[in-house]
Ligand binder design. Structure first.
Ligand code: PMP
Length: 414
């Protein structure tokens, strides 16, 4: 048995599941099968308790108080920054801006980094497989500046055509923006190579890491990108938490995006001076309890380890793919060689939304729709797909229950 197989065999999924209270519930009288993890993950009890404990024992505002509770709240908030810096191997905790999630992180780069630099004729290069959060902010700043947004193509397997992406890295490109992992296809993009090509041409690269951090260890310095955006709620943490990592030189050069309390050094009507990064990007009261929870989430990942998580998830992905392939008329959308456990599919003659609605009655939670990726749906010529997205707390038995339910509802619709 190789090391990967050994890890998967030793993986005690039942012990892990016991840490996730919500997984014990039933839906429409059936045991829940939660396969909508790419949308948001469930939370272990340690995360729920960290949020609860914060409000019961430590609640106060950050940075503004000299009293004990204020210091405790500030320590909780700032230790999430330390945790994130370790989690994605940032060179310094000061290169981590705490945000409400990927959407805010990307908008921060769009308005604070890109907009002041863009001029008519400039190009922002992205890809066909992006989430709207990595398309629409670029369109908004392009519309204001006269720049355009171009999208690099993918092939039918759902892989980025790297040669085409490189060809599109022309001198008018002022920023490139790619997903590390696609939320619809599960495709893992070759971010290191992309970063190398961008760097050769002096083009800054933003990576949307929302779907990567829940599944694999990320080292932003080794990747070689300029910006890395993540969201906490897909990695076991509370909603409304996230981060932007950026190279120091960019954070220094970027003007503040939100103005308000906490991001200033001195305010007067003759001129305001700003705090150093990252604080100059963190105006207002943040989601302090949420960040206390996010620290617990990162500790939880640490306690299991990404080697074990990956070995288990790879096994789940292979098994689910194999079982789905046996269903007549089922087409998997996204068959990249390097893939995270996200499977989009269609069944001939059945609407994705009807299937998802009927699956829900069987206790199976999957997502149907465009998954905030209209251009990708247009590429495949479909309005919607069904998407089963797995996490390390899912099991083979749940995949069996999902397949049984899918065969049942398929029969009802065909
Ligand atoms: N990018 C990707 C690839 C995503 O999957 C998502 C969430 N579905 C987002 C961005 C947006 O994340 P959030 O809504 O947490 O800001």
């Amino acid at each position: 048995m190789n090391a990967q197989a050994q890890l998967a065999t030793a993986f005690d999924v039942e012990r892990i599941r016991a840490d996730f209270p919500l997984l014990k519930r039933t839906v429409h009288g059936k045991p829940l099968v939660y396969f909508d993890n790419a949308n948001t993950s469930q939370k272990p009890v340690s995360v729920i308790e960290a949020v609860d404990r914060h409000y019961r024992e430590h609640n106060a505002n950050v940075a503004r108080a000299v009293h004990q509770l204020g210091e405790e709240a500030t320590a909780a908030y700032e230790s999430a920054r330390d945790g994130l810096a370790r989690f994605i191997n940032a060179g310094s905790r000061n290169d981590i801006v705490l945000t409400s999630g990927t959407t805010q992180s990307i908008n921060l780069v769009a308005y604070s980094f890109a907009l002041p630099r863009l001029k008519p004729g400039d190009v922002i290069l992205t890809t066909v497989m992006e989430h709207h959060a990595n398309i629409v902010p670029w369109q908004l700043v392009a519309a204001r500046s006269g720049a355009t947004v171009k999208a690099a193509p993918i092939d039918q397997h759902g892989e980025l055509i790297l040669e085409e992406f490189i060809k599109l890295l022309t001198p008018d490109v002022k920023l490139a923006c790619v997903a590390h992992v696609s939320n619809v296809l599960g495709t893992v993009n070759p971010v290191r190579e992309i970063a190398r090509e961008c760097k050769k041409r002096g083009i800054p690269l933003l990576v949307d890491g929302s779907q990567a951090v829940p599944h694999r260890p990320v080292d932003v310095q080794a990747l070689g990108c300029d910006f890395y955006a993540i969201t906490g709620h897909k990695m076991l943490g509370p909603t409304g938490t996230g981060a932007l990592w950026a190279k120091r030189e960019h954070l220094q050069a970027m003007p503040p995006f939100f103005g308000g309390g906490e991001m200033i050094r001195e305010v007067s009507f003759s001129g305001t001076t700003f705090a150093e990064p990252p604080h100059k990007f963190e105006a207002g009261t943040p989601n302090i309890a949420g960040f206390a929870g996010l620290s617990a989430a990162m500790d939880y990942y640490q306690s299991i380890g990404f080697d074990a998580i990956r070995a288990w998830e790879d096994r789940l992905l292979s098994y689910a793919t194999e079982r789905l392939r046996d269903i007549p008329g089922l087409r998997i959308i996204g068959e990249a060689k390097d893939k995270e456990p996200v499977i989009s599919f269609l069944i001939d003659g059945a609407q994705a939304t009807d299937l998802a609605t009927l699956l829900d009655l069987e206790g199976v939670a999957v997502r149907s729709g465009h998954h905030c990726a209209h251009p990708l749906m247009q590429f495949y010529g479909v309005p919607a797909t069904l998407r089963a997205s797995l996490a390390f707390y899912n099991t083979r038995e749940e995949i069996d229950a999902f397949i049984t339910a899918l065969l049942k509802v398929r029969k009802l619709l065909l």
